[in-house]
Design a protein around this ligand. Structure first.
Ligand code: CP
Length: 309
């Protein structure tokens, strides 16, 4: 794989060996606090986090990652209202200016393609922290790292992806990464209105991936899954409240359903959740979603070190 300058799409990570190296680096970050404190590999470097959409995990974990590596952060959690975007400044001009102050820019935007647009003009690395209904590649790296850590393997898995597959950018990034591994089979479970977009189904066909689609989260799916990945129905992407209301509670994983999974299976969710996983599931040993969120810190540390050290 050629050395990356920008991180815009999960499809850039097309080499399992590279991912293994990144995961080993993330493990080292996780294992050894002193490693970070002693070396401070990003001392004197600055990450700007430009967020035009709300975030808890992505922004805080990027900022924590940068600071744990000895670097500093310029942050805007509400660029849409608190920056000169309110005066009409374009993304291109904002990136031109901020790249003069920061060594890398993590950007979250409500429009698909914004990170790629920024990368075309930025002299410093751009990291896509979520672009509308497009992609969320650092979440997908976190997810694959979590699966490897929890299950010890990435091949021969049956992965059930459940919920809003139309708008769920984490899913759009996760699929190409999982397609790098042998014999991964997908169950795509969604209401028909929220079906995985055609371009992603075509990608699965192109990669000869095995997948089934269904509206029903039934026994067969639950009992066969190694990974049950639930997604939030993305309220902010709907044209009307009525459309959202009609599908918002399509799937609610409760304790009884969770207990139908294989004992070694894991339940994942990029979070935040609304109703789709009952809080009673949190105590189930299969519930990996809070560990998954923590893993995001180590993956982002590994990625920042790769891009900037
Ligand atoms: N998983 C994720 O992207 O969460 P945030 O929206 O809180 O960053």
């Amino acid at each position: 794989m050629e050395r990356l300058k920008h991180v815009i799409s999960a499809r850039q990570f097309d080499d399992p060996e590279f991912l293994l190296g990144l995961f080993e680096s993330a493990n080292a970050m996780d294992r050894d606090d002193k490693f970070r404190a002693l070396t401070d590999p990003l001392r004197g470097r600055i990450l700007a986090t430009l967020f035009y959409e709300p975030s808890t995990r992505t922004r805080f974990s990027f900022e924590a990652a940068m600071q744990k590596l000895g670097g500093g952060v310029l942050t805007a959690e509400n660029m849409r209202e608190s920056s000169s975007a309110t005066k009409g400044e374009t993304i291109a001009d904002t990136v031109r200016i901020v790249s003069g102050y920061a060594d890398a820019i993590a950007i979250r935007h409500f429009e698909q393609g914004t990170a790629a647009e920024a990368a075309r003009i930025s002299p410093v690395p751009i990291i896509n922290a979520g672009d509308g209904v497009g992609e969320h590649p650092t979440q997908a790296l976190t997810d694959v790292y979590t699966i490897k850590k929890e299950l010890g393997r990435l091949s021969g898995l049956r992965v059930a992806l459940v919920g809003d597959l139309l708008n769920g950018r984490t899913i759009h990034s996760l699929l190409p990464l999982l397609c790098l591994y042998k014999d991964v089979q997908f169950d795509l479970i969604s209401p028909w209105q929220l079906r995985l977009p055609l371009k992603h189904r075509e990608y699965l066909l192109e990669k000869h991936a095995t997948f089934r689609e269904s509206e029903k989260l039934g026994s067969e799916v639950l009992e066969q899954a190694d990974v049950l990945y639930i997604t939030r129905v993305q309220k902010e992407r709907f044209a009307s409240a009525e459309e959202y209301e009609s599908v918002k509670d399509a799937y609610i994983l409760d304790a009884a359903m969770a207990n139908r999974l294989k004992p070694e299976a894991i339940i994942m969710h990029a979070l935040p959740r609304v109703n789709e996983i009952s809080p009673e599931v949190d105590d189930n040993a299969r519930a990996a979603y809070f560990r998954q969120a923590k893993n995001g810190l180590y993956i982002r540390m590994a990625l920042l070190k790769y891009l900037l050290a």
